[in-house]
Design a binder for this molecule. Structure first.
Ligand code: ADP
Ligand code: MG
Length: 344
């Protein structure tokens, strides 16, 4: 459906997208997850033909986005980070205008606009000026313009940013509903957003793809941890002395606990060793009751942080090495931005 090959985008010396490759299959919801500045919007803008890449190519259903923009763009509906709304138009006027831009045949326009307004739940607002709508409704209009023409792929850049919790839930429901008939790619810097909606996650950091897997698989990775979290009644040095001879322990990290007279700790063991029973008896025999003992739950958040932090370190090292710095052309960004106005 979409094939992204070795995409690079440089802004001056800055690599916003760093050799990104991936493909997108039909009928799934994909999530671009990454901190602010990771390169999500830039990637989406390139995929939709909004800006040109420095290197690499994007094929939409076999059509190169730069060589055959009309054919490629017919397959895509895009809701950019800043929705391209005209505030002085009514909802219906605006959507009719977009339908015309998208070259939807005249006969079908009216019906399609009605249908799309119903799909995104804005029919009752159709005669309102866009500037008078709440942010949630504006976002629905933005979604509406993306859906017009019923493209196979819908790309949504941070679709719930700035919305209140109720609006977020409504937009999520809408996205799920749309996924019944469309392939969806959305971006977010919020992990829970991605895990709530997406089948597939692509984690992007500093313009690089650092992980790419099903949401289910990434969640499963979060089990089977080899870190135990304990609270033991006793002084830290006594606990330390007792644990010293236990061979399976690789590392101990001391933690805070609210329990009076108790010590908190995290024990990391070798892979797949379960020393819970051994610890239980050892502590009990030495009259230091274990008040709490549990495997540490690794959340998707932890994985995300780990992946993005590891990468930051690599990035820093690269930055310190002057040989690796890339010389770059002084191409102006404006000159690179293509089809800026005609894109909807
Ligand atoms: P994200 O959407 O993941 O927050 P962006 O794609 O917007 O990230 O930005 C990626 C990087 O590229 C950032 O460091 C950002 O500052 C830089 N960048 C984005 N657009 C421009 C631009 N037009 N000119 C210069 N730098 C830019
Ligand atoms: Mg962005």
């Amino acid at each position: 459906m979409i094939e992204v090959k070795n995409l690079v985008k440089k802004y001056g010396d800055h690599l916003a997208v760093d050799h990104l490759s991936f493909h997108v299959e039909k009928g799934q919801i994909y999530g671009f997850l990454g901190p602010n500045g990771a390169g999500k919007s830039t990637t989406m803008n390139i995929m939709t033909g909004y800006i040109a890449s420095t290197e690499g190519e994007v094929l939409i259903d076999g059509h190169n986005i730069l060589e055959e923009p009309e054919a490629a763009k017919k397959c895509i509906g895009y809701l950019p980070e800043q929705p391209p709304l005209y505030f002085d138009m009514t909802v219906e006027e605006y959507l009719k205008f977009v339908a015309e831009l998208k070259k939807i045949p005249k006969k079908e326009r009216e019906d399609q606009v009605e249908d799309v307004m119903r799909m995104v739940g804005i029919t009752e607002m159709k005669n309102r000026l866009i500037k008078n709508l709440s942010k949630g409704y504006k976002q629905r209009v933005g979604l509406g313009q993306a859906i017009l023409g019923y493209p196979e792929i819908i790309i949504l850049d941070e679709p719930t940013v700035g919305l209140d919790p109720k609006q977020i839930i409504e937009i999520r429901e809408l996205i799920k509903k749309l996924s019944e008939n469309h392939t969806i790619i959305l971006s977010s810097h919020i992990l829970s957003e991605i895990s709530a909606v997406c089948d597939y996650v692509m984690i992007i950091n500093h313009g690089k793809l650092v992980a790419s897997d099903t949401t289910e698989h990434l969640s499963r990775m979060t089990q089977g941890s080899n870190t135990l979290e304990l609270v033991v009644k006793g002084e830290k040095n006594q606990v330390e002395q007792l644990l010293n001879p236990v061979d399976e322990i690789e590392n101990i990290e001391w933690t805070e606990t609210d329990e009076a007279g108790a010590t908190g700790l995290k024990i990391t063991t070798e892979e797949k060793t379960d020393i819970r029973e051994e610890l239980f008896y050892l502590m009990a025999e030495n009259k230091m009751p274990v008040l709490k003992m549990d495997f540490k739950k690794i959340s998707l958040e932890d994985i995300f942080l780990e992946l993005t932090e590891e990468h930051s370190e690599i990035q820093k090292e690269e930055k310190e090495d002057p040989d690796k710095e890339t010389k770059n052309s002084e191409k102006s960004q404006e000159a690179e931005e293509i089809n800026h106005d005609s894109h909807i």
